[in-house]
Write a protein that binds this ligand. Sequence first.
Ligand code: NAG
Ligand code: NAG
Length: 264
Amino acid sequence: MIAKGHTSAAAAAAATLLLLLPVLLASAQDAPAPKKVLPSYVPVCKRKDADLSGCVRRAVETLRPRLRKGISRLRVQPLEPFTLPALRVERDLPALRVNASLADIHVDGASDFRIQKLRVDPENLMVSGEVLLPLLRVKCKYAISGRLLTVPLQGRGNFYGNFSDVLVTATGRGKRSNEGGVDHAIATSINLRMRLGGAKVDFDNEDPDSAAAANAALSFVRSNTDAVLEVVTPVAEETAEEVALQMINNIFMRLPFNEILPDA
Ligand SMILES: *[C@@H]1O[C@H](CO)[C@@H](O)[C@H](O)[C@H]1NC(C)=O
Ligand SMILES: *[C@@H]1O[C@H](CO)[C@@H](O)[C@H](O)[C@H]1NC(C)=O
């Protein structure tokens, strides 16, 4: 239910980071000088580097402070906090019927990501890896209606969640595109899985008509967290995939391909 929007936002941030940076970094030192989009402080890894994945990992560590604050020139938004203005989730599944809108999503802790695995395949424009987020604190506004398992979901208010040891595994694939006359990369698909070590959620309800339903839902979520996560996680993963794909392509649109993966 509501928990999904928040972890999705953080997972999307993690996936974006995981999938985007290697491509940004797999760039040549001597790219053509005029109108270079990639800032000079972005560490460079040679495309033919025998340990390209290791090089990219070290480069990400170097860039971590900048990632916390964001890189506006590349439309990389700040990771600390990571925010999303709005997210809609609509599903009609046997165990979960939901119509939710989330707003002012605010996530603390995304910049403490730890890259566990990373594989960069520049020939096939494919990146896969695993990122651990030790602790994410999430808050947002929500408005929801629907049903989770046997429990009606109804209300609007504020949601709070603490998620520990969030493990995000993702594979991204891309291709070249010449849309708009500029040769650039586009991410064509992202496949994302996530697993939560622990989840603590809380929410208030500002809708007096649904106070009883909201209380029942909260106590159900708290006493059946595992069952709830099982239902909610696939929807959260799909949501994170959509958000990450959008964020990545928003960045790629502005980056000529020869800056991120030069032919030479
Ligand atoms: C979801 O809610 C919005 C407004 O809150 C409404 O416009 C929309 O029709 C709803 N969608 C479904 C599938 O019920
Ligand atoms: C999340 O953690 C903070 C700090 O430890 C705590 O104040 C807050 O109540 C926790 N929130 C939930 C929903 O458990």
